[in-house]
Design a protein. Sequence first.
Length: 303
Amino acid sequence: MKSKTLFRSAIIMVFLSVSLVSQETEVLTRARQLASSKEYTGVLQLLNSHSDVTLKSEKLLAIKTQALVKLNRFREALETAQKRVEVARRKSPWHCMAIVEIAIRLEDMDLAFRWFNRAVDRGFLNPGALDKETLSMLKTDNRYEKLMRKIKNNIGIGKPVKDFAFKLMDGRKFDIAGNRGKVILIDFWATWCPPCIKGIPFLKEIYSKYASHGFDIIAISLDSDQKAVTDYLKKERIKWPVRFSGEGWMDKTARLFKVNLIPSYWLIDRNGILRDFGYRLRDKKILRTSIEKLITKEDADHH
């Protein structure tokens, strides 16, 4: 009798879970439609009428936060953004940076820097994002430089790259420590990421040109659908090694490098030292120059 009761309870829990997901999808679709039409009051009315779903959904809380900010209701936006951090499965630094912006609008710099520090601890590695008008206010505070030093230290430019090893999609094993002697570009990417896909033709170009000079690309997919990756690699005839774990953003190597924005490029010299990193490497000219500099210098050193 007890086992039947437990079975019924399990069935009910599954039903409720599926029902909540379906309801969340429906509310999310409608909320996005209202937001795109700039009907922010309508967004709030919709989400408040489905508070049982909203309070458990990171996506719905994000939309609610944005609507409150648009309506200049910053205190409520702050509370909602903090709730979003609590319920979000992926501990993204960008969730924290959203709170930083709200705190700045509330003219509470102490709160802004508490959350900025938390964002850095979660892997905020993109100082260029601080050029945004609201966030640029951080640069006027004497606490800013200390956090910039912390970010640079977290990135590790000029230091040995973090050690990692895994099995590639073709079954081979890859060990970064065992690949000294090569200039390596680590590319965290996904088939669902438009900027990642947009950058592939250029990566193919530089790989074709420099592979014979000891240059290699290690692509780490943050996809969850293996077939999508396999089909894309076959279609594009990608020749460099690719890693797929199926864990998405929770991929162990992505977490090791605190990747929270893709494509994420990390350029390593032949001695295993991290030489360049980040958003700036999306610029083709900068990426090409950075690679050529390492290959040319190190080719000369070998002669």
